[in-house]
Unconditional design. Structure first.
Length: 744
């Protein structure tokens, strides 16, 4: 290496020495004696040497920049070595190679090892002889010593087999170096993944040379491998990682030894393993993976999403892959998807408009907008929301809405909108602006709420409130609102009349009467004119967001007076009922006795308690029961009057027949329905006995009158006419031959 460095430096000094020598020799020439030509020729040679030297370096530097540090040629030459003289010198073909073919001439390179190289690693390994492309008639490839370097050569006349053979040799050498370095690294680390032993036996034995410029351990690219925020790796087809950069430990938490010695499918989420193995099978066939996502288990047990790009090198039995942690993106996508689903299922209409475009066109509308308005998404998107206003553009809140949009502000308005079929609905609209990071207005979000039913309810409530106010103001009951401290907060006109004072005099005054919520009590109120008897009912209410009591006062003075009069009448009736000489009873509509007086008890021989367990049917004589049923049925039907009078026989407790003059009166309520039966019993048993005796005497006298032999006649002397025979016995008729009928 030192010899090469000296040789290269010597050439540089030789060029410099020749340039100085030519300049010195020309300085002694007499320009006036024809030395001008020699002087010009010398200057041209010197400038040519220096221009060649400078432009050669510049060409090598530009070539390195254009092709990149991994594959291009740098000013430091191959393997980080500095080149003092450009290495592309083209000279005529040596004798024996034939024709005008040209090949690169091996410029001798003095190399100095770069400070960043590691002489103990594969990167600093001694270069193997490099094959050189030869003309088509050559059969044996030439090799150049390791300390020489050649630029790529492309034949001018034939791009056939020689070019293909040269490319294949380069590819074979690169793969051999990669295999060798993998094997060396695994053996030195002592953590060769299972299955690697078979890989060593299958891999071709590489020559000693430089590693691939793309290998993780290659100079320059290794630094990118270590510093990358993405997860870089290589893996074999047996399912194990071979190389891993530090990002794996940072993202997953596992150390690289664990990751390399464990089949990577064990880190994959169980739900993603089948798809992962399917993608791995594609890699074994040489197909690349440009987009694949799965979940890897972290050390703490949770999983993170990784997005993969992988390329297989089947000849190397390796996969080069890059994974990117997209967990945050996945979570954000899930949140966005959740928000989109929530917006799609929201009952309120949601519209997003683009504020950066003229007329604020809608760019999103959830299904609720279609449900509320009847317009399809195609009709809504790209249109302004004025679509829902129809011709009703003179609304007060539209000005508020336009001003909010103009100044990029939020607002809440209630608008009259119209559906696609022309029907009307109330739209409670809330809009909010959206600004980007530069505080530029980009969008508006509008939330629609169909409040037609609410408006209808509010209208009904207003109507009900109006009607209720009328009722409160016209009702005869006094109504007051009293707070928990006992102060009067509200009175209606009836309450003013009851207290004999106006509302301003009563408000904020102490009510002064004790009351219990949800209970009715009777209180007396002193009116300037008289005392009032009132029924007071209270209930707990909320009055202007404060707990209070609603007090209802009903004037029952007149009712109480009437009740007292009725009570007196009832007492009088009861006294008459009980003291009446005739029997009296009150029965229900089925005939069951409810009340009986003492006279009835005396007539029938029962006590009151016993009678009240019987019915009218029970005490009626069996021969008269059919007649009673007919009378009762006729009264119930209302076909006649509500009263019936008849002679009816009843049976007393001892079984004796009691003749009565029986009168029944049916009482009906306000609706005309029968409620009670009042019965009166006049005992006519004595009269019936007298009538029977008189009838018997009459029959006896008639028998004497008809059978006596003397004649007897009766003359009416009290009449207005002359004396007239009233009756003649048979004996008289026989003697006189006269008939009683002739005298009548």
């Amino acid at each position: 290496m030192k010899q090469s460095q000296g040789l290269n430096l010597g050439r540089f000094l030789l060029c410099l020495f020749l340039s100085v020598l030519i300049l010195l020799s020309l300085s002694f020439q007499d320009r006036d004696q024809g030395g001008g030509l020699a002087w010009g020729l010398g200057i041209t040679i010197v400038l040519g040497l220096n221009v060649y030297l400078v432009f050669g370096w510049l060409w090598q530097w530009q070539n390195w920049l254009d092709q990149g540090t991994g594959s291009g040629r740098s000013p430091w030459g191959s393997n980080g070595q500095w080149c003092l003289i450009p290495d592309l010198w083209v000279i005529p073909t040596p004798l024996g190679l034939g024709g005008d073919h040209q090949i690169p001439w091996a410029g001798v390179l003095a190399s100095i090892t770069s400070p960043g190289s590691n002489s103990g690693s594969v990167d600093s390994a001694v270069s193997t002889p490099c094959p050189v492309a030869l003309p088509p008639d050559s059969t044996t490839p030439r090799t150049i010593p390791p300390d020489h370097y050649f630029s790529p050569y492309t034949p001018h006349l034939d791009d056939g087999m020689d070019q293909q053979r040269m490319d294949q040799q380069r590819m074979d050498k690169r793969m051999d170096m990669q295999r060798m370095e993998h094997r060396i690294n695994d053996r030195e680390s002592g953590d060769s993944p299972p299955g690697a032993e078979g890989f060593d036996s299958l891999a071709p034995q590489p020559n000693q040379g430089h590693p691939s410029p793309y290998h993780p351990n290659s100079q320059g690219w290794g630094r990118f491998f270590e510093l990358s925020l993405d997860l870089l790796c290589t893996a074999n087809f047996n399912g194990y990682f071979v190389h891993l950069n530090p990002s794996w430990e940072r993202v997953l938490g596992h150390d690289r030894h664990t990751l390399r010695t464990t089949p990577f499918v064990e880190f994959v989420h169980p739900d993603d393993r089948i798809q992962t193995l399917t993608e791995l099978k594609k890699l074994t066939t040489g197909q690349s993976i440009l987009s694949f996502e799965n979940r890897y288990r972290c050390r703490e047990g949770h999983y993170r999403w990784l997005a993969w790009v992988a390329t297989p090198f089947v000849e190397d039995a390796l996969v080069y892959a890059v994974a990117r942690d997209i967990t945050d993106r996945k979570q954000q996508e899930e949140r966005l998807h959740l928000m989109e689903r929530a917006m799609g299922h929201a009952r309120n209409g949601i519209i997003i408009t683009d504020a950066t475009k003229p007329h604020n066109p809608a760019i999103y509308a959830n299904p609720a907008v279609t449900q509320i308005t009847g317009y399809s998404p195609e009709e809504i998107l790209g249109s302004n929301c004025r679509l829902f206003q129809g011709n009703d553009i003179q609304q007060k809140d539209l000005g508020t809405l336009r001003q909010a949009i103009r100044f990029g502000q939020s607002c809440n308005v209630v608008l009259r909108n119209y559906r696609r079929d022309g029907s009307f609905f109330w739209n409670e609209l809330h809009i909010a602006p959206i600004y980007d990071e530069q505080q530029r207005l980009t969008h508006f979000v509008g939330i629609q709420n169909d409040i037609t039913e609410q408006k209808r309810t509010e209208t009904e409530l207003l109507n009900n409130e109006f009607h209720l106010r009328i009722i409160v103001n016209t009702i005869s009951d006094g109504l007051l609102i009293v707070d928990e401290a006992g102060l009067i907060l509200f009175v209606n006109p009836a309450a003013e009349f009851m207290f004999g004072r106006s509302a301003p005099d009563l408000l904020n005054q102490v009510f002064g009467l004790p009351f219990v919520a949800n209970k009715q009590v009777e209180v007396c109120i002193h009116n300037p004119q008289r005392w009032l008897i009132t029924e007071m009912t209270t209930a707990q209410v909320v009055w202007r967001d404060q707990p209070a009591f609603l007090v209802s006062l009903r004037d029952v003075t007149d009712r109480r007076t009437a009740e007292e009069a009725l009570i007196k009448k009832e007492e009088q009736f009861r006294l008459i009922f009980d003291m009446a000489p005739t029997g009296m009873a009150i029965a229900d509509i089925q005939g069951s006795l409810i009340h009986v007086n003492q006279a009835l008890c005396d007539i029938l021989g029962y006590d009151a308690d016993t009678l009240q367990t019987l019915t009218l049917q029970d005490i009626t004589h069996p021969s008269d029961r059919t007649l009673w049923q007919q009378v009762h049925h006729s009264l119930m039907l209302g076909s006649g009057e509500n009263m019936a009078r008849l002679e009816q026989r009843f049976m007393n407790q001892k079984g004796k027949v009691i003749y009565t003059l029986f009168q029944v009166t049916l009482l009906r309520d306000e609706e005309g329905e029968p409620v009670q039966v009042i019965s009166q019993f006049v005992d006519i048993s004595d009269r019936k006995e007298t009538e029977a005796a008189l009838q018997a005497n009459e029959q006896f006298l008639v028998s004497i009158f008809d059978n006596i032999e003397e004649f007897i006649f009766v003359i009416d002397v009290l009449g207005d006419q002359d004396l007239r025979y009233v009756s003649l016995n048979p004996a008289y008729e026989q003697i006189t031959g006269l008939k009683t009928a002739l005298w009548e």
